[in-house]
Design a binder for this molecule. Structure first.
Ligand code: PFF
Length: 451
């Protein structure tokens, strides 16, 4: 068995940040915040990210680096002859379903890029952008082709192996994305009526919070940090013992928060300035951003640059999803990597077809009142990832002693006892209790018991 390694410390941070920062922060955050009422949602999301997400991220990093295992063997190595491997299996299943619809949205970016490059997006009015996007995603053939292209790009890079494929590109593209976002935000904030959008994002209106939105904020916190699916366990397994894990985790959390807020600031001023509804759902960013860009000098050029970086951010997340599955199935045996990556990638594409068609010919096919796309998204974000996160937060303090964990966290970092204790108790008590309460609340059980 051969062991892959990240090339440099900063390379790992970019790769893990690349897994974290993707459609979750850029595409999903604005629309779930838009539907969830804006400021109050942001606040809850931030609390979950800092007090549940960050400790769990450190936890996933620790066990990944400690065992150097994949999503499944990590749990088996720490708890031999137990059924804890199921946590890794949940992660593998999560990533499989996730990539099946994630690639649909990745495909939308590719189509928009194609349209922008061929002049199809020039000179339209705001309404026309919204309508055009609706028409584009209802068309089965181009969307399926674009989805396939996204999956193929993912397969090709991951089949090559971790180092070469993922690390180099992330180092350039992530900072570029950040800078471009700043430019968009500056333009967006100078639109007429932009302050309404800023207010919507930052001033909490707690009357908009429901049990369902709290669950969605929880799911969003895990989704954007790639938690609960053992993705970060797998990525950390390629790390040397000299990496400062708490610092890496905190910088990833911070970058992710910044990008999500920038995405919100790029979109909501436009939403209000153009008189749109913030709760437009998954199409929000695609309907609003072209109009913001069209108001900028060299707008189309910037939009094309943005789409390329957006696509890159989505791809680096997609790499991690397929990597988790491939690593778990090949047990990191390099000789099988290529074959498995191709097989799994193609299967994912096939499973993703109904999600792709959910915006067109299969829009009437509803399961539990949701389209297949929405159902998969809901299952992954609001059930599987929080469930995985719950199990991991129980597993770590149960199967590893406090001193073992302290020793591991100290490798590469100078974390003091106090930091360690805060992390340990947040993970051991706060995380599982908070997840269980949010789950019960969403199921209406809290009202039944206390109401
Ligand atoms: N964090 C990614 C995003 O926000 O787009 C999504 C993700 C990647 C979730 C990898 C889970 C995962 F294992």
């Amino acid at each position: 068995m051969s062991q892959e390694q990240w090339k440099s410390k900063i390379g790992f941070i970019f790769a893990a940040a690349g897994s974290a920062i993707g459609l979750g922060a850029i595409w999903k955050f604005p629309y779930v915040a838009g539907t969830g009422g804006g400021g109050a949602f942001l606040l809850i999301f931030l609390l979950f990210t800092l007090f549940l997400g960050a400790p769990l991220l450190i936890g996933e990093f620790l066990i990944g680096r400690k065992t150097k295992g994949d999503a499944i063997t990590t749990y088996q190595r720490i708890a031999p002859n137990s059924s804890w491997g199921i946590v890794g299996i949940i992660g593998v299943v999560t990533c499989f379903i996730l990539l099946s619809f994630y690639s649909v949205v990745g495909g939308w970016i590719i189509i928009y890029l194609f349209e922008a490059l061929t002049g199809g997006l020039t000179g339209l009015s705001q309404d026309q952008y919204g309508m055009l996007f609706g028409e584009i995603i209802a068309n089965p053939l181009p969307t399926l082709l674009a989805q396939l292209t996204f999956v193929l790009l993912t397969i090709i890079v991951v089949a090559k192996g971790v180092q070469k494929g993922i690390e180099n590109a992330s180092k350039i593209m992530m900072p570029a994305l950040f800078i471009l976002f700043l430019l968009i935000v500056i333009r967006s904030l100078s639109l007429d009526g932009a302050s309404e959008g800023v207010k919507f994002l930052f001033v909490p209106d707690f009357t908009k919070l429901t049990s369902e939105t709290i669950l969605i904020a929880l799911g969003q916190a895990f989704f954007t940090l790639s938690l609960g699916a053992s993705a970060m366990v797998t990525y950390a397994s390629y790390l040397p013992k000299t990496q400062n894990l708490p610092r890496s985790a905190l910088s990833i959390v911070l970058m992710n928060i910044v990008i999500a807020i920038l995405a919100g600031l790029a979109i909501f001023p436009g939403v209000f300035s153009f008189g749109l509804e913030p709760n437009a759902g998954p199409v929000l960013i695609f309907a609003v951003l072209p109009a913001v860009f069209s108001q900028m000098g060299f707008g189309m050029l910037f939009f094309i640059a943005f789409l390329i970086l957006f696509l890159f951010a989505a791809l680096t997340s997609a790499f991690s999803m397929i990597e988790i599955i491939v690593a778990a199935m090949t047990k990191k045996d390099k000789s099988k990597r290529k074959k498995y990556t191709w097989t799994i990638g193609i299967l994912i594409f096939i499973v993703g077809i109904p999600s792709c068609l959910s915006y067109g010919v299969m829009s009437d096919v509803l399961v539990f009142d949701k389209t297949i796309f929405d159902l998969f998204d809901y299952a992954v974000s609001n059930v599987l990832m929080p469930l995985g996160a719950l199990l991991i937060s129980i597993f770590i303090p149960l199967k590893l002693s406090k001193s073992e964990l302290f020793e591991e966290i100290r490798l590469g970092s100078h974390s003091g006892k106090m930091f360690f204790n805060v992390w340990y108790y947040l993970l051991k008590y706060f995380t599982p209790v908070a997840i269980i309460i949010v789950f019960m609340d969403a199921l209406g059980l809290i009202d039944k018991i206390f109401g």
